[in-house]
Design a protein around this ligand. Structure first.
Ligand SMILES: [Zn+2]
Length: 332
């Protein structure tokens, strides 16, 4: 089994300690930012709960029949629930639906086939729609020995409070800077890019590592230079809006644009490092723009809307923000 990152290991250790002391909940909520490896830890714990002969280290033995079936993905007492194909079968649904939760409730009512326990995992748990959440609540209200429900989410606030309150929380916290940098270094990323990547990811090493591997940082640099071109009148807002939205990187571009505005706002207060943005908007303007971009990003999932118009409006605002402040400067 591969070694976990320190922030994963801390969560696993605390879950194993709870289990050893007999106070591990039957409904567990694995929460924390994206790319922190929550699902991997949940799987490792699931395997442990299903293994009848755990080792002295508290982990699954990895050798028994239950462990072999688990590793093969065919353990009859483990159920994994995530997105399923839509009715047409041409793509995955964007929600977890009520039928899935009913099926899960029914499955939990059966006797474990191998005897040790039944473990179900739901990911991402925040994708349950309202009916699905209500159906799951019924299952949660009937706790039973040796039945474990593992919920995994990077947006726990989107789960109904009625569900959250019934779960024991296992929270993944971002590590300190030194630990994060050491981990990124171990992944073989070039030294010079480590700190900028960690900064861009707001201290989340998993995300930083992904961006280093897939060109996310270059995309961020491009967004920065495009915003500067906009401020300086070298770029049309409408043309840029269309370009930003033309491919699957649209949400990431908007995320970077929003965060750059937030960094620039902090810079105005003397509270952050230089961003390299030439837009001189003030703190309030930049904060409002940050909100606007985030709203547009949230709405990208709604296909009926004219995202290009909404975004072009914001980019136009970005340009006038620069002009307004430039004129103020000239009067001084
Ligand atoms: Zn085993």
């Amino acid at each position: 089994m591969s070694a976990f990152a320190p922030w994963q290991q801390r969560v696993l250790d605390s879950a194993l300690a709870s289990l050893a002391e007999g106070r591990l909940g039957h409904a567990l909520l694995f929460s924390g930012a994206a790319k922190m490896g929550k699902g991997e830890v949940a799987m490792r714990l699931a395997q442990r709960l299903l293994c009848p002969t755990p080792g002295a280290d508290g982990l699954a033995c990895g050798r028994c029949r239950a462990c072999q079936l688990f590793a093969a993905g065919t353990h009859p007492d483990f159920k994994f629930t995530s997105f399923i194909p839509n009715d047409k079968g041409d793509k995955l649904r964007s929600e977890l639906v009520v039928d899935q939760m009913r099926e899960l409730g029914h499955w939990f009512s059966l006797t474990p086939q191998m005897g040790a326990a039944q473990v179900a995992m739901i990911t991402p748990a925040n994708a349950m729609n309202l009916n699905a959440s209500n159906a799951l609540l019924k299952t949660l209200e009937e706790p039973s020995r040796d039945r474990y429900l593992l919920l995994v989410t990077d947006r726990p606030g989107r789960l109904p409070a009625t569900i959250r309150s019934r779960c024991q929380r296992l929270e993944f916290r971002p590590p300190g800077k030194a630990e994060a940098l050491a981990w990124l270094r171990e992944r073989g990323h070039g030294e010079a890019a480590l700190a900028p990547a960690l900064h861009a990811s707001r201290g989340h090493p998993g995300l930083a590592s992904e961006w280093l591997a897939t060109g996310g940082l270059e995309l961020r640099r491009k967004v920065l230079s495009e915003l500067n071109a906009l401020s300086e009148g070298r770029q049309s807002p409408i043309e840029l809006a269309q370009r930003w939205l033309e491919d699957e990187h649209a949400p990431l571009r908007l995320r970077f644009a929003a965060e750059l505005a937030l960094d620039a706002a902090a810079e105005r207060l003397g509270a952050g490092p230089a961003t390299g943005l030439t837009v001189p908007g003030d703190f309030q303007m930049l904060s409002a723009w940050f909100d606007g971009i985030n709203r547009t990003r949230e709405q990208l999932a709604v296909p009926a809307l004219r995202h290009d118009l909404a975004l072009a409006g914001l980019l136009l605002e970005w340009r006038s923000m620069s002009k307004a402040t430039a004129m103020q400067g000239a009067r001084r």
